[in-house]
Ligand binder design. Sequence first.
Ligand code: GCW
Length: 675
Amino acid sequence: MSIKGEDGYELWLRYRKVDDPGRLAQYRRVIGSVVILGQGETIEIVRRELERALPALLDSSVPLYGKEPANNALVVGTVDELAAAGLVIPQDRRDRLGEEGFIICAYQHNGSNQLLVTGNSAAAVLTGTFHLLRLLQTYQDIDDLDVVNCPRIRHRLLVHWDNVDGSIERGYAGRTLWQWDELPEKIDVRYHDYARACASIGINGVALNNVNAQATSLTSEYLVKAAALADVFRPYGIRAYLSPIFSAPMQLGGLPTSDPRDPAVAAWWKDKVDEIYRLIPDFGGFQVKANSEGEPGPQDYGANHDDGANMLADALASYGGMVLWRAFVYDVTVDADRAKCAYKEFVPLDGRFRPNVFVQVKNGPVDFQPREPFHPLFGAMEQTPLALELQIAQEYFGQSIHLVYLAGMWKEVLDADTYAKGPGSEVAGVIDRSLYDQAASCIVAVANTGSDRNWCGHHFSQANWYAYGRLAWDHELSAGTIAEEWIRMTWSNDPEIVKTLKKMMLGSWLACIDYMTPLGLHHLMQEGHHYGPDPGFSAAPRPDWNNTYYHRADKEGLGFDRSSTGSNAAGQYYSPLHEQFDNLATCPEEYLLWFHHVPWEHRLKSGRTLWEELQHCYDRGVAFVDEMCRTWEGLEGGIDPQRYRHVSERLKKQQENAREWRRVCTEYFGRFVAW
Ligand code: GCW
């Protein structure tokens, strides 16, 4: 039987017929009919989703909306609606759910069996509905379910580096999804599809525009457009955020300054915020890049980050809005080691931010590299909630050409122990605030979506969007579990295919490190676009925009000495990490060249010298990509031809690129090796 081609537009929400007779029979039995309680836009979305999914998955017409919760009915609604129908969720369970958590449970009522999907809000019911559909899509047992599921992080944002001209900074899947010219009059159906995909994985905030912001985004004309998008997102439980430019009071307001301490400046922002909330009553807040890579900010006036963030926070506070103030700063006058700058600038400000400010910190101290140690700010600002910023977009990972599944990297960061309060002080606990017993928590990731039909350029890049949402909701899920869910929903439930794709995905991140930047190397990508290798690049005006700055290859060895004999970036970590990173003998090999300038003849755990080990890593990375190509070829016929070809083409390119990385880097570094 030939398989119909797919273009990937449906993402992980394909709802193909359950191809397992046992499971199908169970699903048909448990979901004999559907009762949807309540009304409103969100419940309407729930209804539409179930209407779309169930007949397709179950390949039968499931009677929807019987009024009475009959035997073998799926009953969906808020706990209040359920209670009104006589289906009572005990108070202690309700309390545990908060606003967003959901319950999926078997229930006996008047001698009949029901399956309930419920939560305290309609948005929670929607999340629960998607969760149930995921169980069906992945062929899970749904007899006797008792799922109580709450997000560990409160604000889970997807942020877009989209410009008003329609381009996307670091976007590799076409143009922006937001049709600014057509808004607010024309609402592209794709906005709904986008919001639906986000809601299906628990994303509850979207920052619409680039952090390298343009003042245009704050004009009344654009705010009306943003409001139209916010109107689409709202029933999906998603709030809109904007990235304002700090110089807006001058650019738009005609003020002589944007100094945050100037009352006229604060008043201008207050008016602007009032205007935004008139249009978008549930507006989430501002994400700000200030005094970073040339963007304007409070330091232009001798004020500091806290002055800027607090001034905006004050304008937003009465509405419940928040400020995500980015800590991506690396002013050369602060420290000659770029990796140290943010810590040095921000730690002294701990305790000086308003409660509705998050300091937003990238996973590592440099910039979304294939592998970095976690950012030393995590754990170092006890009184300031920190938002973790990840990048889905694969700027430094072969963009939308390379198959690289990023969940393993994100898990490595989340699971890393900061030792801030002794052992067991993981980054995840810093972010979800469980380490400090506080409620405010936030995670953001730079989106990889665009106007490409398959949303993300590479079909497998969809997995990174998916994995981000799932991890943001529950960082305890494993990279493997998430990969398996995604494969089953996106490709197939065939056990062979699941096994094969999972192996490819789970090995792909380590392979990418191997063929690009093994052993703690970083920032060797070509200047500007960051695709492909250029370890010798040294023509940039700033030292830390040169690749030679990062690897420091010379006759003696390779790597950036960040130990106590060098920049002492290792000293920004808590003990015992500090000592562990500082010492060449104990530094984890994956971060070796991050923290040390290592002699070429130094022997690693494998017994190989550094130079031999480097070559070994490059070979291993290339070999993995070769293996992915072979494995993929073996799937021909089992996967729809359209997506099969699309991925094949990209894998071939990845194979060429991996070889190029190996050739260029070994040739270049080889020149420094004496023998
Ligand atoms: O990763 C780098 C990118 C820039 C980006 C910057 C940032 C939005 O190369 O394009 O600018 O980080 O995070 O601000």
